[in-house]
Every structure is written in structure tokens, then in C-alpha cells.
Design a protein around this ligand. Structure first.
Ligand code: UFG
Length: 342
């Protein structure tokens, strides 16, 4: 098997496309599968412009095991990164079966095919959502997971468990789950970035769309939380830094550096930032005023969560590097590119 080749499932999406760029920059050959259900084929053009490489692409749904197995037959990648999942918390509450079916089936298909075709290393996209409303902050990887409050969150917990058990059962497999905090921003080239469909659920796309005049006003959900300024605290991680964490995880497995065959890492900055602070840094970074108002709390939001990143720093040799101000400049530059704003 080719240890310098990686299959990226969901590689046309927001986190996937940035990760493909960093893998190519690190010398990996990349095969992308994506069903384009929440992504756009144009991201592959962006990847090509940034790296000079057009990754091999298959429009394949990972829930279609037959189609996915053809990709395994054709290519000799020894590693897989699995991003191919739905991620809207609210939608998952309304349509739980859709989330369980897609997120679990696609990942189980990947794992079964890896065993069948003798492929070794897998990275799973997990989330800080597994910690829920944690009793102690910052959270370490050993902080107990709380019962999930949404089907989306439950698929992350279940997928972590499926990965752990699969690795335990198959000595040929190694797995790393990366628990992302809040990924934001865009590639500094502004050639790839986040493309939310419809009204954005997440804070930064809502901010950039408000600045672009597509949304009238940002609602800040709650200013009565037990935090210094009353708004929620999150750990916002730059998308390029996050992408590089995947390369570090693949490198670690390819080089057989870990003693444990299943490992978990928090991927964040380790710094809590409030919603008000984020809005103000965005305004200062881009020299503009944002239309915003305070609104009631959003159901399901935890007051605060941020990462202890010691394990990722020491074991993966990875750390977040980009300053928030630069991340928010890139987010705005990307939005302007997409909208054709000078
Ligand atoms: N927020 C606003 N206004 C908005 C959108 C968000 O004030 O229009 C606030 C939220 O209340 C929260 C913060 O901005 O305090 C961040 O909200 P996001 O929706 O951007 O991110 P979340 O922390 O809610 O969600 C993220 C991921 C989820 C994951 C969750 C828990 O997007 O996939 O973290 O780890 F489940």
C-alpha cells in the first residue's frame, strides 16, 4: 500500500478542501470522494489554483458501499480521512434518522472497506460537542463525555466508539479521532472557504454575510451567561491550522509513532473568546461596523467550552498558529470574493 496516498471522504467540503491543500503541500497524493450534498465542485478548482494539483475526484456517496469499494479497488491509499457527514445540529433534531443513517453508515462503510482492502490509518472528524456542558474547563481528552443533546452530537460519540472498537478488533487498523472546537476562517488565498447553504447556523458565516449585506443584522444569542461579558465562550480554531492537524495525525500514523492504535486529540487554540469579542475583533480587523443586536439565548448552547491542547501540542507536535485577527480578515476576504465585493 502507498503510505504517501490518502483518501479524503468529504474532500470538497469546508474542512475537507483545506485539508486536501495541506496534504498536497506536505507531499501526499490525494483521492477525493464527495457526493457534493453540502459542498461545491468549485472547491476542487480552488485547490488546483492554490497547489497546482488537481486531486483525483469521484462523485461518490460513502453510504453507497459498492461505489466506494470501486475507489478502494482502483487506488492504493493506505490512509483515509473521513469528513463525509451532516453537521447541522438543529436539522439533526428534526430529522434524526437522516443523521444516524448518513453519518454512521458512511463511516462504517469506510471502516469495513479498509479492513477488506487492507488499509491501515484512519482519521475521524469528531467535535467538542462530545463534551457537552463540561463540569471543568478547559476540557482535556480525558474529560468525561456528556450524554449527547442532539442526534448530530450522538453520531460523533457513536462514531468515536465505532472507531475505537474497530481498531481494537482489527490489529491492521490504526485510528485517530480529532475533536474540533469551532473551525472558522478561510485559506489566505481566499480561493477556498466555507459555503453554507441557506441561512448560516454558525457565527462567523453569519457575521460575514451580515457585513456583505445579505443578512440585515446579527443576533447575539444571550448576554446573561455566567461569563465575563455575558455572551458564550468558544475556542475558535483557524481552518488552515485545523487542516494541518490532519496532516500531523496522518504523519504520526504513517510513521507508526504512537504506541496506542486508537488516539483522541483536542484541536483548538486553548483560548476562550466571547461572541462580543469575536464581533469586535472582526470589526477592527476589517475596519467596518457590523449591524448586531442582543437576542435571547439559543436552545442547546453551552455557556462555555474551550480546549486544553497539551496533548495535541506535545504528542502530535501541532499547535494553532494563526492570530484571530488574521483568521477574521481571511473570512471577510473570502466572503467578498464569493459575492464579488471590491
Ligand atoms: N451565535 C450567535 N449568533 C449567531 C450564531 C451563533 O450569537 O447567529 C453564537 C452561539 O450562540 C455560540 C457562538 O456564537 O455562542 C458559536 O456558535 P456556532 O453556531 O458558530 O458554533 P457552536 O459552538 O454552537 O457549534 C459548534 C459547531 C457544531 C458543534 C458545536 C459544539 O458548529 O458542529 O460547536 O462543539 F456541535
Amino acid at each position: 500500500m502507498n503510505s504517501k496516498s490518502v483518501l479524503v471522504a468529504g474532500g470538497a467540503g469546508y474542512i475537507g478542501s483545506h485539508t486536501v491543500v495541506e496534504l498536497i503541500n506536505a507531499g501526499y497524493e490525494v483521492v477525493v470522494v464527495d457526493n457534493l450534498s453540502n459542498s461545491d465542485i468549485s472547491s476542487l478548482e480552488g485547490i488546483n489554483k492554490i497547489t497546482g494539483v488537481k486531486p483525483t475526484f469521484y462523485n461518490v456517496d460513502c453510504c453507497d458501499k459498492g461505489a466506494l469499494s470501486e475507489v478502494f479497488k482502483r487506488h492504493d491509499f493506505n490512509s483515509v480521512i473521513h469528513f463525509a457527514a451532516f453537521k447541522a445540529v438543529g436539522e439533526s433534531v428534526e430529522q434524526p434518522a437522516k443523521y444516524y443513517r448518513n453519518n454512521l453508515l458512511s463511516f462504517m462503510n469506510v471502516l469495513e472497506l479498509m479492513v477488506e482492502y487492507g488499509r491501515r490509518n484512519v482519521v475521524f472528524s469528531s467535535s467538542a460537542t462530545v463534551y457537552g456542558d463540561a463540569d471543568e474547563l478547559p476540557v482535556t481528552e480525558d474529560t468525561p463525555r456528556k450524554p449527547a443533546t442532539s442526534p448530530y452530537g450522538n453520531t460523533k460519540q457513536m462514531s468515536e466508539d465505532i472507531l475505537r472498537d474497530s481498531v481494537r478488533a482489527n490489529s491492521s487498523l490504526r485510528g485517530i479521532a480529532l475533536r474540533y472546537f469551532n473551525p472558522i476562517g478561510a485559506h489566505p488565498s481566499a480561493l477556498i472557504g466555507e459555503l453554507p447553504r441557506g441561512v448560516p447556523n454558525n457565527l462567523v458565516p453569519y457575521i460575514t454575510q451580515t457585513a456583505a449585506g445579505i443578512r440585515e443584522c446579527l443576533s447575539i444569542f444571550g448576554q446573561d451567561y455566567p461569563t465575563p461579558d455575558g455572551s458564550c465562550l468558544r475556542d475558535y480554531i483557524d481552518i488552515v491550522d485545523l487542516a494541518k492537524a490532519h496532516v500531523a495525525a496522518i504523519d504520526r500514523m504513517v510513521e507508526e509513532r504512537g504506541k496506542e492504535s486508537y488516539e483522541v486529540f483536542n484541536i483548538g487554540t486553548g483560548r476562550p473568546v466571547s461572541v462580543f469579542e469575536l464581533v469586535h475583533v472582526f470589526e477592527e480587523a476589517n475596519n467596518l461596523k457590523l449591524n448586531y443586536k442582543v437576542a435571547p439565548r439559543r436552545a442547546g448552547d453551552v455557556p462555555a467550552v474551550w480546549a486544553d491542547t497539551t496533548r495535541a501540542n506535545e504528542v502530535l507536535g501541532w499547535r494553532a498558529e494563526r492570530a484571530l485577527v488574521d483568521t477574521l480578515k481571511a473570512a471577510w476576504q473570502w466572503e467578498r470574493n464569493v459575492r464579488g465585493i471590491e
